[in-house]
Design a protein. Structure first.
Length: 150
């Protein structure tokens, strides 16, 4: 997906087994953020930044939705532990991640593996991608402010 593309109508299944659709958020902008794994240091910092800025993001017209390949059960624990006020999509089949190009080969310490690229897509009220914040641009500790100041 790139800027100017339409986001898919069906985003996936959230932590409670409910299907999340773009049309559920009609008239709102969406912050769709892909992250590697629940309850890891960087992902927790990012989620908490979005949580701490959630009220301001909502005032600015945004809904926040997180996406990872973790299970709904893992998402429920992560939400409860960090008191997250937004949906997390359990993209266990990687349908959404593959559609957005956020799943691919990564390397760390000389080892290659498949994983999620930390990427945020800002989608306007019409369902069009207007901004992409790449893995190199994302600051996990201040991600909420990054979006508000973009």
């Amino acid at each position: 997906m790139k800027i100017g593309d339409k986001a898919p109508e069906i985003l996936g299944i959230n932590q409670n087994g409910k299907e999340i659709k773009l049309s559920d958020f009609a008239g709102k902008k969406i912050v769709l953020y892909f992250y590697p794994k629940d309850s890891t240091p960087g992902c927790t910092a990012q989620a908490c930044s979005l949580r701490d800025n959630h009220e301001e993001l909502q005032k600015a017209g945004y809904e926040v939705i997180g996406v990872s390949a973790d299970s709904a059960t893992s998402h429920q624990k992560f939400i409860a532990k960090q008191n997250l006020p937004f949906n997390l999509i359990a993209d266990t089949e990687l349908t959404l991640s593959n559609a957005f190009g956020t799943w691919g080969e990564k390397s760390m310490y000389g080892r290659t593996y498949m994983g999620m690229f930390r990427t945020t897509f800002v989608i306007d009220e019409a369902g069009t991608i207007t901004k992409i914040i790449s893995p190199k641009e994302i600051n996990t500790k201040t991600h909420g402010e990054q979006i508000l100041n973009a």
